[in-house]
Write a protein that binds this ligand. Structure first.
Ligand code: FPP
Length: 239
C-alpha cells in the first residue's frame, strides 16, 4: 500500500518526561513540544495529507497542577495569537474540537481569532483537540440529536451513522492513522468515533523528539500496513 493517510491524528505525549530527563520543569517540556509541533506542521505540508488532528489538552488534563494548567493555557494563547500565524501563509484552516467550559476567556478568544482568520483557507485542515474527550464528544452529539428529535426536525428512524457524524464537533473524514509518541500504548479518549478503523503507531520517542525524520518513518510504517476494514484481501477471498 503506497497510499497516504487522508486524516492523521497525533497524540503528543511525553513532554513532561522529556523535561524530567533533562532536569527541566514540565512547562519547559511543553514549550519544547510546541516548538517541535511548529516544525512538524511545516513539514507535514510537504506531504499531501489534507486533515491533521492533534491532541493538545484532554478534559482530564484539568486534573494537573494549577501551575501546569495555567502554563499550558498561556502557551495556547501565545501559539494561537502569534506563533501559528505561519499557518495562514501555508493556507491551513484551523478548527477546534472540545468543550468551551471551563476554558479561560483569553484562550477562547485566541481560538476564535485563529479560526476566523483561517476559515477561508483551502489547504489542509488542522483540527486541534483542546479540552477534548472522545466520550464527551459522543455525549454532546447525542444531546444535539435528542434536541432535534424533541423539536420534531428529526425522526428516530432517520438516525444512522451519518446523522451521528454530522453532530460531532467537526465534519472530518475518518482517521486513517493515529500516532502516539512516548511509547505509551493507549487511546486515552482520543477521537473514539473517528478512529474506528484507524491504524495505530507508537514510536518510542517523546513528542519534542518526534521530528521530521520520525514523521517520515511513521508514514513508511503506515504504508506497510494491510488495511482490510473487517473484510479480507481480494486474492484470499476464494481460498
Ligand atoms: C502530553 O505530555 C502533552 C500535553 C498534555 C500537552 C501537549 C501540548 C503541546 C505539545 C503544546 C502545543 C500544543 C498545541 C496544539 C497548541 P505529558 O505532559 O502528558 O507528558 P508525560 O506523559 O511525559 O508527563
Amino acid at each position: 500500500m503506497e497510499q497516504l493517510p487522508k486524516h492523521i491524528g497525533i497524540i503528543m505525549d511525553g513532554n513532561g518526561r522529556w523535561a524530567k530527563a533533562r532536569g527541566l520543569k514540565r512547562s519547559q517540556g511543553h514549550i519544547a513540544g510546541a516548538d517541535n509541533l511548529k516544525k512538524l506542521l511545516r513539514h507535514i505540508q510537504k506531504w499531501d495529507i489534507p486533515y491533521i488532528s492533534i491532541y493538545a489538552f484532554s478534559s482530564e488534563n484539568f486534573k494537573r497542577s494549577e501551575e501546569e494548567v495555567s502554563g499550558l493555557m498561556k502557551l495556547f494563547v501565545t501559539l494561537f495569537q502569534k506563533e501559528f500565524q505561519f499557518l495562514k501563509k501555508e493556507n491551513v484552516r484551523v478548527c477546534f474540537s472540545g468543550r468551551k467550559e471551563p476554558l479561560p476567556e483569553k484562550v477562547l478568544q485566541s481560538m476564535d481569532k485563529i479560526q476566523e482568520e483561517t476559515k477561508l483557507a483551502t489547504g489542509a485542515t488542522l483540527n486541534i483537540c483542546l479540552n477534548y474527550g472522545g466520550q464527551d464528544e459522543i455525549v454532546d452529539a447525542m444531546k444535539k440529536i435528542g434536541k432535534q428529535l424533541k423539536d420534531g426536525v428529526l425522526d428516530i428512524n432517520q438516525i444512522d451513522r451519518s446523522v451521528v457524524e454530522k453532530n460531532l464537533y467537526q465534519n472530518l473524514p475518518p482517521l486513517d492513522f493515529v500516532i502516539r509518541t512516548s511509547g505509551e500504548k493507549r487511546i486515552s479518549n482520543f477521537m473514539l468515533w473517528q478512529s474506528a478503523y484507524a491504524e495505530y503507531y507508537f514510536p518510542e520517542v517523546y513528542f519534542p523528539d518526534f521530528n521530521e525524520e520520525e514523521f517520515d518513518r511513521a508514514i513508511e510504517v503506515y504504508q506497510s500496513r494491510d488495511r482490510r476494514y473487517g473484510g479480507i484481501k481480494d486474492e484470499n477471498k476464494n481460498s
